[in-house]
Every structure is written in structure tokens, then in C-alpha cells.
Design a protein around this ligand. Structure first.
Ligand code: GLN
Length: 454
């Protein structure tokens, strides 16, 4: 049924870069046979899933949205994909994204943009717009995204889906095409909080192949979601982040946010306002740290080891000239912009002024979170300042595009978990997201509060 749905809506939505119909049907048949034979299966066995194309999948093309990886078929699976396969979830295919996960609209994909199913003239968010659109358009009940600065939560917000960025280290990064290794985290994109909890428990937990993987088991999320669904939040302290609600936020976004605060009060939660003054510098720090790490991570795309190789049209064929020709042709504008920014920020003479200062801001943001969580159990804000903007609207204005991440980026800089929940429709009829943040390793709180609000 999902493959039929994909056939029907893909010409309009373009959420997928590759549909793995043969493989998905084979997995489904295998699960049916095992179930018929009386085998005890995972609760999600047989439930199809879409995977963002930044996650490597053995035998299925993986491009990370870039032309430089066109035609590359990985010889191994990411740890999270191994777990998905072991549990018997058919992988429907790989979803569209901004090139190397750089963007907030999926317009930076090397393979054309994805359309928001709510309004095909609008962006589905980014970088994981394909995963969110696939879930919102009923092409897939579950999807995997990655969130370095909001790429699970912001697409979830603008497509009316649930998106979770787990605590840094909760889900293995082994087999993700790295964007910024100190910020990247994979997580669920689904239609309900309970589905995200089930998927998070499946993909999370320790992995010795990721040196930053936490040793904590990924348990208790489903139980927390079930507990929250009863709607009783008595004794839960909710902090409203003062810095994430004023200027630049669409009135309809703020109105829905206020209604959710009322719903939290009705459920018995105590609402207080907290201040996180260093959040004012989060965007600036992020757009130094991310390009710095990305410029280093992308150095491996040299025309020798993966995907595209372009030889210079004239003159001698030296290694350096092959690299220049390959990277010049294979990378899109946003990727080039960030490589230049990142190498500049890391260069001798500027390192302390830019990268060093950004790292200090990161510490200040962590302290703001620590202070806020001394008085609260969870923090809340709108996920994004606006609803989905029109395709093309911010494409020529990188700063305007970056501003869309203002509310999601602090969580990545601090490593804390965050969830975006559907929060009704704004006055323009488009979905709004409600963001919940919790202390590191307290992801269960997101599921409890999220399920109570749902
Ligand atoms: N929009 C942010 C950026 O462009 C987020 C990216 C992400 O989370 N992968 O960097």
C-alpha cells in the first residue's frame, strides 16, 4: 500500500531519491513467513520505513543529496540500519535532503527540491525535508532523519509531523555521512509520539563503533509515552525560554504556542519563564563550528575514493587538478560556501578569533541550559519562527535561511535532546511546531510531555 502511495504522490512531492521496492517487498514477505511460523518478532516488524539519504545502506545508493556521490553504493550498513533490518522493517527507500544536510528547505539538494505536501509551492523544511514529507504525505509511516542544527525538528514542524533529536550519543553515528561530528545525531520522524518512542528504542543504545556513543541503554521511551498519554503532568516544571519567542516569530506561531502552554497548565504542569541570554549568540557560533567541522569532514571527497571523478578538460592530470575539477563540479553552492567559511575560520591567525570564540559561546550555552534545568524539568519554545516559506523565497539569502534555525540550534550545541510536536495550524493554514527540550540523557521526558500534549 505504501509503495502504491509513493507511485501516486511522488511526481508531485519528490520525497524520495531512490525507492527500494524490490528489497522492501522481499523483507515484507520474509517477515510474513516468520510470523506465520510463529516466530516472536519486534513490534515494528513489517512496518515500512524511509531513510534519509545521508545514512549509508548496503546495496542501496547513498548520495547525501550530493552529485559528488551520484552512483555510489555503500558496501556496509550504518549501525541504525543494521538494527532496522534485524527488526524486520522494510526499507522503502532513501529520502531527499539538502546536500550533505546543509540547509533548512531541501532546496540545496543536488537532485531537485521536495515539495511540502500541505502546499506544493512551499518548502518541506530541511535538511531532512524528504523524510518529513514522506511521513506527512502518507508515503511512509516512519522515517529516519539526522539533526545537526534542526534538520529533524524543523522539517517536522513545517509538515505537521513528530521529530526527535535524541541526546548526543544516544543513537550511533557509525555510517552517517558526517556533516559536523560534534553536533550530528540521527533520530525518528513519525506521525505520533509513541511511534517515535518505539523507533528511538530500536535505533538507540550503545555502539562500540562510535567513539562518542553513550553506554546508556535506549529504554523507557515507550513507557514514558504511554504514561504521558494519560494526560497527567502534575508536578512537571516547564520552562518557557524567553529568548525564543519575541521578534521574528510569526503571530500565528506564537498564538498556537500560547495555546499549548494553556494545555500544559490544564494537565497540571507548572509553567515558569526562564532566561538563556547566551542563546543570542547560538546561531553565530553554530555557523562557525559547523562549517569548520564540515570543511574537514568533506575533505575526503577528492575524486579518488568515492563517487564522482572529473579530470581537467585540458592540461596535465595531477592529483590536485583532479581534486579541484571534481569538487568544483560535484559540490553545490551552499557546500562550497561552507567549506570556504570553515577553512577560513580554522586558518592560522583567525582560529582563536573565530573558532575559539565560537567554542566559548558553546560553553556559555551549555551553562544556560544547566541553569535553566536546575529550576525546570523540560524547556519549551516554538520549533521554528515561521511556517513553511515559499520555494525560492530564501534561496538567494543565506542569512535569512540560517535564521530559521534560531530555536533548534542551541540543543545541538549543548547535546541535549529535543522534540518537535504538531501544534495546530497558523493563520495561513500551515502546520506549526511545538519544541520540547530536556536535559541530556533525559529523553524519556520528551516522550512523556509530548504524549500528554498530543
Ligand atoms: N539548517 C541547518 C543547517 O543548515 C541544520 C542542518 C542540519 O541539522 N543538518 O546547518
Amino acid at each position: 500500500a505504501h509503495l502504491d502511495r509513493i507511485d501516486a504522490v511522488e511526481p508531485a512531492v519528490h520525497a524520495f531519491l531512490h525507492v527500494a521496492d524490490t528489497e522492501a517487498l522481499a523483507t515484507a514477505a520474509d517477515v510474513d513467513a516468520r510470523r506465520a511460523a510463529g516466530e516472536e518478532l519486534h513490534p515494528l516488524a513489517g512496518v515500512p520505513i524511509a531513510v534519509k539519504d545521508v545514512v549509508v545502506t548496503r546495496g542501496l545508493p547513498t548520495t547525501a543529496g550530493s552529485r559528488i556521490l551520484e552512483g555510489w553504493v555503500p558496501p556496509y550498513d550504518a549501525t541504525l540500519v543494521e538494527r532496522i533490518k534485524a527488526a524486520g522493517l522494510p526499507i522503502l527507500g532513501k529520502t531527499n535532503m539538502d546536500e550533505f544536510a546543509m540547509g533548512s528547505s531541501t532546496e540545496h539538494s543536488g537532485y531537485g527540491n521536495t515539495h511540502n505536501p500541505w502546499d506544493l509551492e512551499r518548502i518541506p523544511g530541511g535538511s531532512g525535508g524528504g523524510s518529513a514529507a514522506a511521513v506527512a504525505a502518507y508515503e511512509a509511516p516512519l522515517a529516519i532523519g539526522t539533526d545537526t542544527g534542526g534538520s529533524i525538528r524543523q522539517p517536522a514542524a513545517v509538515t505537521g509531523t513528530v521529530g526527535v533529536k535524541p541526546t548526543y550519543g544516544s543513537v550511533s553515528r557509525y555510517g552517517l555521512v558526517a556533516l559536523a561530528s560534534s553536533l550530528d545525531q540521527a533520530g525518528p520522524c513519525t506521525r505520533t509520539v509513541l511511534d517515535s518512542a518505539l523507533l528511538h528504542e530500536l535505533i538507540g543504545g550503545h555502539d562500540p563503533r562510535d567513539s562518542t556513543s553513550l553506554t546508556d541503554p535506549a529504554t523507557g521511551y515507550v513507557a514514558a509515552a504511554r504514561e504521558g498519554a494519560a494526560g497527567d503532568l502534575r508536578g512537571v516544571r516547564v520552562g518557557v525560554i524567553r529568548e525564543l519567542q519575541g521578534e521574528g516569530y510569526q503571530p500565528g506561531v506564537i498564538a498556537r504556542f500560547e495555546e499549548s502552554l494553556d494545555a500544559l497548565r490544564t494537565a497540571g504542569a507548572d509553567i515558569v519563564e526562564v532566561s538563556c541570554p547566551s542563546f543570542a549568540y547560538a546561531l553565530a557560533a553554530y555557523y562557525l563550528i559547523l562549517p569548520a567541522e564540515a570543511s574537514s569532514n568533506l575533505a575526503k571527497f577528492d575524486g579518488m575514493r568515492f563517487g564522482l571523478r572529473v579530470e581537467p578538460s585540458e592540461g596535465p592530470v595531477t592529483a590536485e587538478r583532479v581534486m579541484a575539477a571534481t569538487r568544483g563540479q560535484g559540490f553545490g553552492d551552499e557546500v562550497k560556501r561552507r567549506i570556504i567559511l570553515g577553512t577560513y575560520a580554522l586558518s592560522a591567525g583567525y582560529y582563536d578569533a573565530y573558532y575559539g570564540s565560537a567554542q566559548k559561546v558553546r560553553t556559555l550555552i551549555q551553562r544556560d541550559f544547566a541553569a535553566a534545568f536546575e529550576q525546570t524539568d523540560v524547556l519549551v519554545s516554538p520549533t521554528a519562527p515561521t511556517t513553511a516559506f515559499k520555494l525560492g523565497e530564501k534561496l538567494d539569502d543565506p542569512l535569512a535561511m540560517y535564521l530559521n534555525d534560531v530555536a533548534t540550534i542551541p540543543a545541538n550545541l549543548a547535546g541535549v535532546p529535543g522534540m518537535s510536536l504538531p501544534n495546530g495550524l497558523s493563520d495561513d493554514g500551515l502546520p506549526v511546531g511545538f519544541q520540547i527540550l530536556a536535559p541530556a540523557r533525559e529523553d524519556a521526558r520528551l516522550y512523556r510531555v509530548g504524549a500528554a500534549l498530543e
